[in-house]
Design a protein around this ligand. Structure first.
Ligand SMILES: C[S@@+](CC[C@H](N)C(=O)[O-])C[C@H]1O[C@@H](n2cnc3c(N)ncnc32)[C@H](O)[C@@H]1O
Length: 277
């Protein structure tokens, strides 16, 4: 039985990193006319009120997207993320990954989103109700990913964003990614990981990249230095088949974000090409 609810964490610093990279990847996919399929293996609820009892309980979004909502003159990717936050007198609603993707899909594109939690699956269906091009599944996203590949147009963008509630995720995700790349070597795959225990995230990154010939970039943003006492201090995204130019873009943006998001006065970011092509 899964208990993780993303509503507690939506809009936090980890989401800011994940979602600006996602927006950059969606922009890259849109740079060619040929349609692509967006596959979200762990979709969540699709949209989150920042004034819900969940959001208020942790207030994580205030240290995340909250730092950017009233500012101006930001990087274009930050501007795009802030523009996707729906603000009205009644509510501020932060977009989840399926909603960001829905906003980017063209007529020739399609999507498949997987969410196991029954409550979040219902919320997702409601939040994406006008998006006929995106099919929703209340089933395991890793198995779902393998069933989707190869996609008809041989263009796919995959987001793998688990909660790591199950420790087996750290082994299952690299295995699934390798199987997915055997089915479609050109798939662009972004894998999010938390840095709670640095040795665990390093092991997963190592397993994910082992034997790959595709370009792989790694982006991290943290609030504090690695530590055993603070829970998640940083998080990262590993991008396989990372588009040309993304590392440069993130290399420019991450130092600024690290300054804005640091809680200990030090800068915590990483922008590294792990496999160059
Ligand atoms: C971190 S949240 C996703 C957030 C979302 N990707 C976003 O950026 O807005 C992870 C979600 O995965 C769901 N989940 C956990 N295991 C799953 C599985 N095996 N297949 C599909 N969804 C799963 C959880 O219920 C949770 O809603």
């Amino acid at each position: 039985m899964l208990s993780y609810r993303h509503a507690y964490h939506a809009g936090n610093t980890a989401d800011v990193l994940k979602h600006i990279v996602l927006l950059a990847l969606l922009e890259h996919m849109r740079s060619k006319d040929k349609g692509f399929k967006y596959i979200d293996t762990h979709a969540g609820a699709g949209a989150y009120s920042l004034h819900s009892e969940f959001a208020e309980k942790t207030a994580e979004w205030q240290r995340g997207i909250g730092r950017h909502l009233s500012g101006e003159a930001q990087h274009p990717l930050m501007q795009a993320l802030v523009a996707a936050v729906h603000t009205s007198e009644q509510a501020t609603v932060y977009p989840g990954s399926p909603k960001l993707a829905a906003g980017a899909l063209r007529r020739q594109d399609s999507g498949a989103c997987y969410e196991l939690h029954s409550t979040d699956a219902k919320l997702l269906a409601n939040n994406l109700r006008s998006q006929a091009a995106i099919k929703l599944y209340q089933s395991d996203g890793l198995a779902g990913l393998l069933s989707q590949l190869p996609t008809p147009t041989r263009r796919a963008l995959v987001l793998i964003d688990p909660s790591y509630e199950l420790k087996t995720d750290y082994q299952d995700i690299p295995k699934t990614v390798h199987k997915a790349l055997r089915k479609m070597e050109s798939a662009v795959i972004a894998v999010w990981y938390p840095v709670v225990d640095r040795s665990l995230s390093n092991q997963m990154v190592k397993a994910l990249t082992a034997g790959l010939s595709q370009r792989v970039d790694c982006f991290e943003l943290g609030e504090r230095a690695d530590s055993e006492g603070y829970g998640m201090t940083s998080s990262g995204l590993l991008v396989i088949n990372s588009p040309w130019g993304l590392a440069q873009t993130m290399g420019d943006l991450l130092p600024q974000l690290a300054t804005e998001h640091s809680l200990d006065g030090e800068l915590h970011h990483r922008c590294e090409t792990l496999i160059a092509r």
